[in-house]
Write a protein that binds this ligand. Sequence first.
Ligand code: HXC
Length: 508
Amino acid sequence: MKEILEQLEAKRQTARAGGGQKRIDAQHAKGKLTARERIDLLLDEGSFEEFDMFVEHRATDFGMADQKVPGDGVVTGWGTINGRTVFVFSKDFTVFGGSLSSAHAQKILKVQRQALKMGAPIIGLFDAGGARIQEGVDSLAGYADIFLENTLASGVIPQIAVIMGPCAGGDVYSPAIMDFIFMVKDTSYMYVTGPDVVKTVTHEDVSHEDLGGYRVHALKSGVADGAFENDLEALTQVRRLIDFLPLSNREKPPERESFDEPEREEPSLDTLVPANPNKPYDMKELISKVVDEADFFEISPDFAKNIVCGFARMEGRTVGVVANQPQVLAGVLDIDASRKAARFVRFCDAFSIPLITFVDVPGFMPGTRQEQGGLIRHGAKLLFAYAEATVPKLTVITRKAYGGAYDVMSSKHIRGDLNYAWPTAEIAVMGSKGAVEIIFRNQTADELVAREAEYKERFANPFVAASRGYIDDVIMPHGTRRRLVRGLRSLQGKSLQNPWKKHDNIPL
Ligand code: HXC
């Protein structure tokens, strides 16, 4: 018996050693942790239960029959984050560059299916060279099976990808279907085809970093929802994110004790909005002063900064916050901002997370670049996302709510449950200057100044909208937290269903 136990331990040691010390040292030399070290940091200490440690590939071509490493390049299983179950897979770059064989794919599929069945999030840690070149079509089949599971799980369990090394070819599309993608600065990159193929096809010389580093995806393409300094920070932040999320769409978002007075007043908010309507202010200051303990997990903080999205808590319960940011492009809605916020709103709605929207928006971005880029279709995404959302929706207009953007930003007309405005709100078809220049086209400059004052007096306030019932109340800025907390309490029993359909046809 003792001998058998020793054999088991020896087998486990072989699996834990992955591709061997030399390759582990190379991994560390690049500033990267190993697949197992990452899991240890992600999960609660000692909570990891591994599956399929002894799985080996079955390939025989290209001398592969003699090259087998137990585990086959991916570590899979489950554990807990602050006591709550999550499933994980972590690609082991030290074994065939983390590349995907048929057996490796079967391991990932097993945890994906288990996570879906149990109703628990899945977290994938990526560090891999794509399809196992020696396995050909079996590898492609494995990817497609994974993509299918990702798709079926979408909206049922949260799916999070962390890119912690190369992520190429087949490996990019699983993260792309998941809910959030995070990258590690300087050590991770993701692209469909790497620099060598790019060179052959387009004759472009490009580095890994310029093709798919965090600067590309977290700042420009919006593919990544954030980038962190190193493995440790990325994994710590994923733990923080998981704390905000329900384990599945069968659950309500988690509640945790809050030490922040729910009805706390914030007098400094009364002077947040500058007297000059063209002067910016920081919308994040409002968010951090309103939510519990100023704790805000921002999604895509460096992409489309003209809109701010993220998770916070009110009275200990998770809320999704969407807010125009007057500090960047005056908070205008453009293609990127619409795409970013639409995805966030849909995630919150899928997982029963109430939405709080702070509005200060001068409209949609004008111009040929935006129109040629399809602003109509992309802007419609955000409109559609808000309109279809059935979670509690609370809106506070702090200043501008102009034109179509007023309608889009969780207005009463698209089923906003509680719509408040600060006394500084201006709800109008457009800014007063632009408005009078159109309707009084033939008047002199002096006359236009008078007309503008008249227009401002009539429309640049919240009271016309309030007189129609489009705004439920004009509230004092310092009482915003109290009003939102009370509103959220009153909406806890909200029940609203959209008409039956196979699925909708969101303007993709
Ligand atoms: C098998 C692979 C591999 C792969 C890397 N390795 N990629 N083995 N299949 N796809 C192995 C290497 O042979 C090497 O083994 C070890 O992993 C480390 O690789 P290096 O090249 O030494 O590392 P590095 O210099 O850091 O470069 C990493 C890399 C590069 C940029 C990822 O390895 C690379 O370009 N790999 C190929 C990427 C690729 O084209 N994949 C196929 C994509 S197509 P040893 O034994 O020396 O340690 C695809 C189609 C699916 O994925 C589409 C589905 C939709």
